[in-house]
Design a binder for this molecule. Sequence first.
Ligand code: 3PG
Ligand code: MG
Length: 404
Amino acid sequence: MARFETIDSVDWQNKRALLRLDLNVPLENGRVRDATRIERVVPTIKELMEKGAAVLILSHFDRPKGKVVAEMSLKPLAPALADALGVDVRFVATDWRDGAPQQAAAAAKPGDVILFENTRFHPGEESNDPAFARELARLGNVFVNDAFSASHRAHASTEGVAHFLPAVAGRALELELKALSRALTHPRRPLAAVVGGAKVSTKLDLLANLLDLTDTLIIGGAMANTFLVAKGQPVGRSLVERDLVDTARGIMRQAEVRGKELVLPIDAVVAPELKAGVDSRVASLAEVGPPDMILDVGPETVEVIKRAFDRALTLVWNGPLGAFEIPPFDAGTRAAAMHAGALTRAGSLVSIAGGGDTVAALNAADVAHAFTFVSTAGGAFLEWLEGKPLPGIKILESTNGAKQ
Ligand code: 3PG
Ligand code: MG
């Protein structure tokens, strides 16, 4: 794994830990709908408190674009954090210009947990303005990044601040990186990847990198339709990116030249439209007619995918195989994920999933818990799979605790 310092390399007694979290969680009427990101960082916060630090928490929430937007306040996250930790959490309302964060930091005592307002209320956050980064750095003595899912952003609170303070990785970030390197950097082979979702266009870099790294590449979701068109298959009224048919053909040729196994659907669940309660049927590819839309992989494809999982020792999963939000088009994703979960439980597969809709799909199928690791990250997970360096991680590696 990468070389960077962790919580272990700091004497935390009487220190102010400036802790970057990703509290950008789904809220519904001011209540947290999915607390996974909060639960994952509880060990880091508790450890810092127990070691005698005051914990000063930074996070963004949503995209207020450098302005104070009341609906994007982090305030509702203070009670949610307090619930998860079993201690009081003080919220500091601020526009980042009023001196409130500085006052709160100066008064912080060992064991205190303080949550500051949304860092994106300041325009210097997203522009990674060194002046704002320096201001943030003055709040603490040591910076702790425990926000893997925000580490693809080179923002003041994820990257800039680490130029001005000793910077270390939090426990949740350590776990994410360990899981991801187990999947992609040092996988036990054969390594299989599932790439699903609606569009090829958003996953071109991902497909190129995975074609390099994996032994078997399984393509599902609406993006598979573009590949089917490239193979000359009829897809009726299905979602297709016509301008990417040549690209899809190129990817298939690459796979063949390099002896990689590329798994595409061989049958489908089709319906006249994507709507709850619509009449659907299973069709072989030859039976897909002009009025049909392909909305899920069919049962024979699911069998082919399961056999690919059987042969694999490591699996990386990004994106659903069908339009999983609307039953019965979740069946393919559910069946394949359940099989991956069973193999994982049996000890014959290391399974890592992540990225946007993936976690929602696996939760909906109630199989997320059966995977070896489910990343809390959306965009950051994708960029990692694309082989891109994440600025928030890179700075941890380059500072390497040198400023301590
Ligand atoms: C996420 O939810 O994926 C992260 O918090 C990043 O959010 P962003 O896409 O608004 O930068
Ligand atoms: Mg997002």
